[in-house]
Design a protein around this ligand. Structure first.
Ligand code: 5AD
Ligand code: SF4
Length: 476
């Protein structure tokens, strides 16, 4: 158990940018802050502490944080005692440069989060700047790992009350990354790959189930590469999924993000095919459809090998929903390379695709070795074109749900609920997701949040299914 000095009475406002890893870190730190006596506030104005979790994956993500810090700088002129703490990938990447920002009191990298509550406490007490980043982050450090593990095990127990979606929680199965895709900042800010023990992971799943969590998403940068040796046995992700599916109360299990690799692939697909609890969904980024670009990205597969993996998934798990990520405008990407990407997207028939414009990241191999040679307008054009191709595919796939009844895990009111006054207070517009990660919008009581419901689909759009609550919703 991590013992932290109690600091009652202070109000903290938390803002999280970035990926699911960051959401998970935010949830852990939130629990640690609450245990130390802090309370949460939704407004910046009445906060004693503002905590921002940051992302460095693209320049745009960093620009949003910097603009936010600009606002806080002005606020601090009226509230000089306000403490601003910056955690996350940007904290590790920029370190003391970020600490030098007029608004910032505390800078804490993602591998230093066990120290964050104490650093905030120090800053509140002394109003002095505090820096915690990991020097030589690529060097494995067992005591560091052990401290992160203790922190995660102690505070990774609440799937509720920290602003996360009711009934759902993330569980990290591995930290860091060893892949070094040439465009990617992650290995430089989150350190080497370390897999957590199956006992720690399953114990955490159990604690979450006790808190009425129904869906657990296993997280790892290359989650399908999970490997843990214990005596004679080597555990892989398929073993984790089997173990977690035996935990009473857990109904759905997901995992993100998968690297296109054959290792353990069939085992993972087999457990997905045989267990009702393992959701038939695979997020498996290709990044490009051009073998030349894939090689320059240091991705260890060709487009043909990638498509073969998708075929294997469809054979093993009929109806599986596939999702991908692509980067357009990687240095040197020609029209021909881009056409290969378009072709791959057409062949892959993803349910959904996330498309990003290449953003050079200081310190990565792509940035050191190549000019950011594709002009911004070409990146933009390719982005729009690829999105349009995917939209057509998503539209056709969505239409197949017309008239069907699907089971969803309800997340809560839809973001657009407030613009729909006809719904009535007892029957607002809700949003939920199917096991294949399809977004479903329907009207129903708020009490369904965090529960399963059956929805009859009456209308579809490329990314959303719309419907009505089935007459006898299965409440669990
Ligand atoms: N530029 C643009 N997109 C990137 N991604 C990662 N690094 C970069 C970068 N430098 C994308 C990849 C990854 C997703 C999380 O972000 O597609 O899968
Ligand atoms: Fe997540 Fe990567 Fe962004 Fe860090 S840089 S928050 S690991 S997406």
């Amino acid at each position: 158990m991590v013992i932290l000095a109690p600091m009652p009475g202070h109000k903290v406002h938390i803002k999280c940018f970035g990926c699911q890893m960051n959401k998970l870190d935010t949830a852990l730190v939130t629990t640690a802050l609450m245990d130390a006596g802090f309370s949460l506030t939704a407004g910046v104005k009445d906060a004693d502490v503002v905590l921002i979790n940051t992302c460095s994956v693209r320049e745009h993500a960093e620009a949003r944080v910097l603009s936010h810090l600009g606002h806080l700088k002005h606020l601090k002129r009226q509230k000089p005692n306000l403490i601003v703490a910056v955690m996350g990938c940007m904290a590790q990447r920029l370190g003391d440069k970020l600490l030098a920002h007029e608004a910032v009191n505390v800078v804490c990298g993602p591998t230093e989060i066990p120290r964050l509550v104490d650093l905030i406490g120090e800053a509140l007490e002394r109003n002095a700047k505090q820096l915690a980043i990991t020097p030589e982050i690529r060097r494995e450090n067992e005591s560091h790992s052990a401290s992160l593990e203790r922190f995660e095990s102690a505070y990774g127990r609440d799937g509720v009350d920290d602003g996360s979606v009711p009934g759902q929680a993330f569980v990290r199965v591995m930290r860091g990354c060893n892949n070094f895709c040439t465009y990617c900042i992650v290995p430089h800010v989150r350190g080497p790959e370390v897999c957590r023990s199956p006992q720690a992971i399953v114990e955490q799943v159990r604690k979450l189930a006790e808190q009425r969590v129904k869906q657990v998403t296993f997280l790892g940068q290359t989650v399908n590469a999970y490997k843990y040796r214990a005596g004679e046995k080597t555990y892989c992700l398929a073993d984790l999924l089997s173990l977690a599916s035996q935990v009473e109360g857990i109904e759905w299990l997901r995992f993100v993000t998968s690297y296109p690799s054959a290792e353990y692939y069939d085992e993972i697909l087999a457990v997905m095919a045989s267990s009702e609890k393992v959701c038939p969904y695979l997020h498996i980024p290709a990044q490009s459809g051009s073998d030349r670009v894939l090689h320059a990205m240091n991705r260890h597969y060709t487009a043909a090998q990638y498509l073969e993996l998708l075929n294997r998934a469809r054979d093993a798990v009929p109806g599986i929903a596939l999702a991908g990520d692509f980067i357009v405008g990687f240095p040197g990407e020609t029209d021909e390379d881009f056409e290969a990407t378009v072709k791959l997207v057409r062949q892959a028939q993803y349910r959904n695709c996330f498309i990003f414009k290449y953003s050079p990241r200081p310190g990565t191999a792509a940035d050191r070795w190549h000019q950011d040679s594709v002009p911004a307008e070409v990146k933009q054009r390719r982005n729009v074109e690829l999105l349009a191709v995917q939209e057509q595919i998503s539209d056709v796939l969505s239409r197949q749900f017309q008239g069907q009844t699907v089971r969803v895990l309800v997340e809560g009111p839809s973001k657009k609920a407030h613009v729909n006054p006809t719904d009535g207070a007892d029957n607002p517009q809700l949003v939920g997701r199917t096991s294949g990660d399809h977004i479903v919008v329907f009207n129903g009581p708020l009490s369904l949040a965090g529960r399963f419901a059956d929805v009859h689909i009456t209308r579809t759009s490329p990314l959303t299914l719309f419907g009505t609550l089935a007459p006898a919703p299965a409440l669990r």
